[in-house]
Design a protein around this ligand. Structure first.
Ligand code: ASP
Length: 312
């Protein structure tokens, strides 16, 4: 029996219930459900985990509720600068882009880097030059900025030093999947952190930090304060703990999030899937926008900590 499974996230962070209206929460749940089901449908009809994760992430990038693609968090100078990565577990191929300003769907460009270039990570103008050669349409940075993010930046810059990194409203997006051939894949996309310096790159496009996949072991996508995830090599740590120390995926995820990253002073979350389709969603923040669905009939959407199994 095929064991295909997918999990997605839309970012982890502080999200006091009183600050998220019921209506807003419903919008988040509905958006997560759409992306989750679109990714799952690909797996269900025998598609690849790589297609499933890129499709789910692209849908979330296109949704301004999330901190990726249009509606991403702004740098301290008011720019959208985007990071994204994909990794295919079969041959541990990976592609990533960082600090791109004119790409509507960075996850697609990351995948193109993996499939069409001899590189893993392209940044800034080099990534955009490659995009042009690959017939991507470059978009104006203005078209990626939303009023809500402008207000957030202005609000958050009041009273803090311009060099402070402000914990962003959650909204980084990611997906992990196992397909019926046993191939694992992961993808992550983000605008990073509000008020970041231009050129700052977070964990999402760093293979092994925010994104990782290896067949026979697991696929991981992270969200949270990226500097800590880079220093903890979080996604790779989880896969190593499973592969070399025999931890379950759930144990490995708990260790990374609640022990290693916490010890450094960071918070955040991960979604992960193992080689048998076991899904894990672990976070140390108040909430994490998330969804999980598998071939055994599990389907859940969640935001807060105390709703482990809420159907969407
Ligand atoms: N991890 C992302 C970064 O640091 C941000 C987030 O997940 O909220 O760029």
């Amino acid at each position: 029996m095929s064991v295909h499974a997918i999990a997605i996230h839309g970012g982890a962070g502080a999200m006091p219930r009183e600050s998220v209206s019921n209506e807003r929460a419903q919008e988040y749940r509905a958006s997560l459900a759409l992306a989750l089901d679109a990714g799952f449908a690909i797996l269900d009809r025998g598609g690849t985990s790589l297609d499933a994760v890129t499709t789910a992430v692209r849908m979330l990038e296109d949704n301004p509720l999330f901190n990726a693609g249009r509606g991403a968090a702004l740098t301290r100078d008011g720019w959208v600068e985007l990071d994204a990565a994909v990794m295919a577990g079969a041959k541990q191929k990976a592609g990533a882009v960082a600090a791109v300003r004119h790409i509507k769907n960075p996850v697609d460009l990351a995948r193109r880097v993996m499939e069409k270039s001899r590189h893993v990570l392209l940044v800034g103008v080099g990534a955009e030059e490659f995009a042009l050669e690959e017939d991507f349409t470059l978009v104006a940075n203005l078209s990626l900025r939303t009023d809500e993010r402008r207000r957030q930046l202005a609000h958050e810059q009041q009273g803090v030093s311009v060099s402070d990194l402000i914990p962003s409203p959650p909204g980084t997006v990611g997906a992990v999947a196992l397909d019926s051939r046993g191939d694992l894949a992961a993808a992550t996309s983000t605008g990073g952190m509000t008020n970041k310096r231009q050129g700052r790159v977070g964990d999402s496009p760093i293979i092994g930090a925010g994104t990782y996949a290896k067949n026979g072991v697991c696929a991981v996508s992270a969200t949270g304060h990226g500097e800590y995830f880079i220093r903890a090599v979080a996604a790779y740590h989880i896969c190593c703990a499973v592969e070399y120390r025999g931890l379950t995926l759930a144990e490995a995820a708990r260790e990374a999030i609640h022990k290693n990253i916490r010890a450094l002073g960071g918070t955040g979350g991960i979604i992960a899937v193992d080689a048998r389709g076991g899904l894990v969603m672990e976070f140390s923040t108040e909430g994490m926008f998330r969804g999980a669905r598998d071939a055994h009939g599990r389907r859940e959407i969640g935001i807060y900590r105390d709703e482990a199994k809420t159907a969407g």
